[in-house]
Ligand binder design. Structure first.
Ligand code: ADP
Ligand code: MG
Length: 299
């Protein structure tokens, strides 16, 4: 590790096997809805009905997993989004207001077609709202140049998608390193960090493999390493377990809970209430707006 900064970045090192850190208490067993069997390579799911152990974190004296007091890192203010189709305006999101605090693990839930991915794309500036404001870490993206927006996205937001979105002709290591060609933090050795992140997600022996030589679970772990490469404040995950079998999905969700316990803000989109249970708080997107917001208290 060359710099102090990169030492700090790797405080998460070993998060896969340090279950007892961060006040993790006993596991809570939850049954995930059965998913299509992923038979590729080393996914080890042989049971249809798999019982997933959700770590329970103690956040403060009362043990509640509720909403934390923190600084807002994402503010969505009076956002509307519509698409023009055949000359007609089709409203998708009508009146979205949402604040995500630093260190929160938020699930955005809603039925298929309700606008969840549209909302995630707006939060990650992959798309622009028709009306309203998106503020990330106090910066109003409407007031930034395209270059500033690209840099803010590249450094502060890590994306994880249902279909992994890896580049087929690049190795796992090259895929993880790729975002740093556009944006990187100074003083960080990107190759070394990519290797360390792949080791962190348990893929030290798969660094030179191409995506076609990886299982679904391994591909998603590469995508998580890629999302972490620039040490972003926020992880945005759109149905991250949607293409995985239950056991592999459980491993991915447990990685998220550990990353969140170490302070990473996570916004996860899902249509599945069982998966939303991993989050601290759930908001429901329905009929173009946020209909419901609840803290989940696990104790
Ligand atoms: N680029 C686009 N142009 C037109 N309509 C779109 C576009 N992207 C999404 N939509 C529509 O917006 C609605 C919400 O889509 P999406 O955000 O993907 O929903 P979800 O992720 O909740 O399943 C859908 O009806 C979809 O057809
Ligand atoms: Mg979607």
């Amino acid at each position: 590790m060359e710099t102090k900064e990169s030492d700090a970045e790797f405080s998460e090192a070993g998060f896969l096997n340090q279950e007892k850190e961060n006040g993790i208490s006993g596991p809570e067993k939850k049954e995930l809805s059965p998913k299509k069997r992923d038979s590729t390579l080393d996914d080890r799911s042989d049971e249809e009905s798999f019982v997933c152990e959700v770590p329970r974190y103690r956040r403060g004296a009362d043990g509640a997993r509720g909403r934390k007091a923190g600084t807002p890192v994402i503010e969505v203010i009076n956002v509307k989004k519509s698409y023009m189709l055949g000359g007609q305006e089709v409203p998708i999101l009508s009146d979205i207001n949402l604040t995500v605090l630093e260190g929160e693990f938020l699930a955005i839930m809603g039925p298929s077609g309700s606008g969840k991915s549209t909302l995630m794309n707006l939060i990650g500036f992959l798309d622009r709202p028709t009306e309203g404001k998106i503020i990330i870490k106090g910066l109003d993206i409407n007031k930034l140049s395209d270059k500033e927006v690209a840099r803010l996205r590249g450094l502060e937001i890590g994306f994880i998608f249902q279909t992994f979105n890896l580049i087929p002709r690049l190795t796992a290591l090259e895929n993880v390193e790729l975002p740093t060609y556009a944006n990187s933090r100074s003083g960080v050795n990107s190759r070394k960090r990519a290797e360390e992140l792949l080791t962190l997600v348990g893929l030290e022996d798969r660094m030179r493999h191409k995506p076609s030589e990886l299982s679904g679970g391994q591909s998603q772990r590469v995508a998580i390493a890629r999302a972490l490469i620039n040490d972003p404040t926020i992880l945005l995950a759109d149905e991250p377990t949607g293409n995985l079998d239950s056991k592999t999905g459980c491993e991915i969700l447990n990685m998220f809970t550990k990353l969140n316990a170490e302070g990473r803000t996570i916004v996860m989109i899902t249509h599945d209430p069982e998966i939303a249970k991993y989050a601290d708080r759930v908001v429901l997107v329905k009929d173009g707006s946020i209909q419901n917001s609840s803290d989940q208290i696990s104790d």
